[in-house]
Write a protein that binds this ligand. Structure first.
Ligand code: DC
Length: 222
């Protein structure tokens, strides 16, 4: 029987790398739901569809086909995996993901992924809205400063330009948007295990998650 693990939390808490590695260790799939929101925001912005224009938005959403591969996202057949990882798309995704029509359109795509095998779904409302019956739920967070530092180092290591203060203020701004939007705001899901990664290494966070999931699975077979 397929099972679901959810990892929710704010931007830069280390969810993606932790979720990806935990999925490999558990031998299950990794579902990066932020990538779906990023892809849809990118295509809507490129098509100049204003987030407030409900009529255009529903028509556009009905024509967009998103496909998820293990390491890439395709929009209408085009791989946008590289294009969605920019500071501009950070902002666009935060804006479009607050639009109820957009969230509704992406709900069944996310839920359907469970039919293809056990998975770790990572995002903002995975344990609360998308998979409320998940086997184990986590909420991963870290202080805004710790998150900004990680983003800063990540950009520098890729040879990209980075300004710590700018990154910190963008993170705080996104936190505010993601946690105050009306629909599915970022929140700790009922029953979620809370993990602050500010002072943890990635290995420690991965081990924490993998051990909890293994324990939940073994308790079930007892
Ligand atoms: O995790 P990320 O930074 O790639 O997410 C991009 C944006 O998408 C972010 O502003 C929050 C939004 N998002 C969401 O609203 N719900 C999800 N399940 C995943 C992401």
């Amino acid at each position: 029987m397929n099972y679901v693990v959810t990892i929710d939390g704010p931007a830069g808490a280390g969810k993606s790398s932790v979720a990806r590695r935990a999925a490999v260790e558990l031998g299950i799939k990794y579902l990066d739901t932020g990538a779906i929101y990023r892809a849809i925001a990118l295509i809507l912005a490129k098509s100049e569809i204003n987030p407030d224009n409900e009529d255009f938005l529903s028509e556009a959403l009905s024509e967009i086909k998103i496909e998820l591969k293990q390491n890439s996202v395709l929009v209408n057949g085009f791989d946008v995996s590289g294009e969605i990882r920019t500071p501009e798309v950070d902002e666009l995704a935060s804006v479009y993901s607050a639009v109820p029509l957009v969230r509704k359109a992406l709900l069944s795509l996310q839920k359907d992924q469970k039919n293809y095998g056990s998975l770790i779904a990572e995002g903002r409302d995975e344990g609360s809205v998308v998979f409320p019956d998940a086997k184990v739920k986590f909420f991963l967070t870290a202080s805004p400063e710790a998150r900004a530092k990680r983003r800063y180092l990540e950009r520098i290591s890729k040879g990209q330009e980075a300004d710590y203060d700018e990154i910190l203020s963008a993170i705080k701004n996104r936190d505010l948007n993601d946690s105050t939007r009306k629909l599915s705001p970022l929140s700790v899901p009922d029953g979620a295990i809370y993990l602050d990664t500010s002072d943890l290494t990635e290995d420690e966070a991965v081990n924490f998650i993998v051990n909890h999931v293994k324990e939940a699975l073994s308790n079930e077979t007892k």
